[in-house]
Ligand binder design. Sequence first.
Ligand code: HEC
Length: 391
Amino acid sequence: MRTFRVFVAAAALVLFHGSSTWASEQLLKSKNCLACHSIDKKLVGPAFNEVQRKYASNWTTAQRAALAQTIRTGGKNVWGPVPMPANPQVSEAEALQMIDWIMSLNGGSELQDPGAAPTPQVPANITPLKGLWWNPDQPGHGYDLQAAGNQLVMVWYTYDTTGRPVWYLAANDYAGNSWSADLLRTWNFGVDGETVGTVTLSFTSATEARFEWQVGGVSGQEAISLFKFGSGSDPVLGPLSRTTGINQTGLYFDPENIGYGLSIASQGHWCIEGGRSRASCENGVTGSEVSVLYFYDSNGNPLWALGSGTFTSSLASMQDMYLYRGSCPNCSYVSPGGTWVGTITRNHDDSGIGAFSCSIDSSLAGYSGRWERSASGFKRLTNTQEVRVEY
Ligand code: HEC
């Protein structure tokens, strides 16, 4: 509890801006639009107040949707010979928010067919994709979302006010499209733990959610989405295992030595031919994996390390692991710095049972202790991932 008190007591100002105009301008800035556009000057792209003038006299729901689409997929030949590249970092909802802000310039435009405007509807039931989630605007911390039975399990890996890595665990039944759970912090190598706050996830799609947290009277929130690191022309949430087509994404633990764990997220192009899959196909694109190891320093306080690599064609894989320093949830953001601390190796079958080895020297990153395991028993705690979801 003491560490956590320090964590929240020294927390910086909670940045809260209620103004949606402010939020939209920040959005345009954070999505790099202002590299080519300004409100009232032509840069590489047209001035936004010129865009407003062009469409103001015929501002319809269809036009609004078309411009939101142009923002996401790029455009050409409307303003001149220079094309606008695609902006895949922008979601559909964000593109609509941006275009609404642009059309509010010069005194604003009323939609001529407001009745036709589809009210954004959040589906009543959303099955979130499992794996690592993040805030793409603030890389360095993340959310490991997994399902175990009817429960949604979340490991929040972030930093305390000193920049030190820390992780928290939350689990509760999930149904519908939102989820709340108590936030647990463990110490003494996972033997002890206590509730330090609450967290809520409100999903708007299978890959997007709002995350709200409350810890010791301090609260915050951020928009998070599935961390998409896989590549390929036909992205699947693979890679799948060679034999049965099971995605290896999940949270793994050692039944003989509970309290620490490993999360695996697998994504990327994976070909299935004649009922069998193979690691690379068109253009030699392979699958990728990100692993997060949740462990402890020599005093039993939580640490986490992250590694990534390509998914090899065998079920064994080795990864270099890095310990990061970063900013606490409501500290001002600094990009995290990583230090190599060792490797992990795992080898398991489709049922999610196998062996795990690691050699981590936390002192390389300025923390105490080594975390060594040699061919420990290893078991998937969480449900198998839904297979092949386009995004
Ligand atoms: C690399 C430069 C560049 C970036 C980055 C960029 N744009 Fe553009 N944008 C352009 C250019 C060039 C055009 C004109 C394209 C044309 O002639 O059709 C344009 C056109 C537009 C239009 C008018 C489209 C039409 O069909 O009339 C809108 C709206 C727009 N951009 C919004 C955005 C937003 C929002 C972002 C950020 C997500 C963004 N742009 C990022 C260069 C850029």
